[in-house]
Design a protein around this ligand. Structure first.
Ligand code: SF4
Length: 276
């Protein structure tokens, strides 16, 4: 893991989310199933992570609990265990998602939201889960946050139909709560198939919750690591970015504001994209 040469001096420490967010997302005893080292593989000058002992960031409750998680462990599939399905297609993935009842999110969904975009996308954007507008339409990122994301992508020179946009979980969590780590792990069977079929070169991970799944539960908060490049559970270079709904909370475009930072990140992402 990269060691710090310089800690960002423009970050309000109060904005750095506590890494024990994992404790809010996970059933006791779950973490050891999914635990992984966080590997930073590239950074822009002045943005390198401080050297922190991430092993201390996991809450004790996750490390030493006799309680069994409620989700069936046999349904949890790690990328290292992934076995491609012969003859698989994105259409089959969508059909399997539509009839999936592997977690309780199926009980409250209206429509499944598998993902949308090019089957040959070099870039995959991954959010945490569908919201109300997505649940109503079956299309990812179509609400106000999605429209904001569209503007950001267009401003950077991306066409929405040249990338692939999806979420870790394909059904809306009730009342827009965060998806639990177990739900993400169970649902990842579909994300794994999508990634295997599309074979993106780059992933942009939108928001703290998706980062905890795609990069790892020990990943520091998004305000600290957005815009950096990390190895991901899929072995694909991944940049954490702010979730567009977070950006809607602050209209400022001033230097240092979340929207300004997003603009720096999307420009860096486009530069990398164009170089591939
Ligand atoms: S969230 Fe995923 S695993 Fe859960 S029911 Fe929906 S498609 Fe199945």
């Amino acid at each position: 893991m990269a060691k710090a040469k310089k800690v960002r001096d423009d970050v309000d420490e109060s904005l750095i989310e506590a890494t024990d967010i994992v404790s809010l997302l996970s059933e006791p005893g779950f973490a050891e199933i999914y635990d992984r080292e966080i590997t930073q593989i590239e950074c822009r000058e002045g943005f390198e992570l401080p050297s922190v002992d991430l092993s201390e960031s996991l809450p004790a409750v996750l490390c030493a609990s006799s309680e069994e998680p409620k989700v069936d462990r046999c349904k949890i599939r790690l990328w290292s265990d992934f076995k491609p399905i012969e003859g698989d297609t994105l259409e089959k993935v969508i059909a399997d998602i539509a009839k999936c009842e592997s977690c309780d999110l199926c009980k409250t969904r209206n429509k499944t939201v598998p993902g949308a975009g090019s089957s040959y996308a070099k870039l995959m954007l991954i959010g945490e889960g569908p919201g109300a507008d997505e649940d109503a339409t079956g299309i990812p990122f179509v609400g106000k946050a999605g429209q904001h994301l569209d503007k950001i992508l267009a401003a950077a020179g991306f066409k929405r139909d040249e990338v692939y946009i999806c979420n870790v979980v394909k059904c809306r969590p009730p009342n827009n709560r965060d998806p639990k780590m177990e739900e993400m792990a169970v649902c990842s069977q579909f994300l794994q198939r999508q990634i295997h079929l599309i074979k993106p070169c780059l992933i942009a991970c939108l928001g703290n919750i998706a980062v905890k799944y795609v990069i790892g539960p020990k990943a520091p908060g998004i305000t600290r690591i957005h815009g950096q490049w990390f190895d991901s559970v899929f072995g694909i270079k991944t940049m954490p970015m702010y979730h567009p709904s977070y950006l809607l909370r602050d209209n400022s475009r001033e230097k240092g504001s979340p929207n300004w930072e997003m603009w720096q990140d999307i420009k860096a992402l486009k530069q990398k994209y164009d170089s591939i």
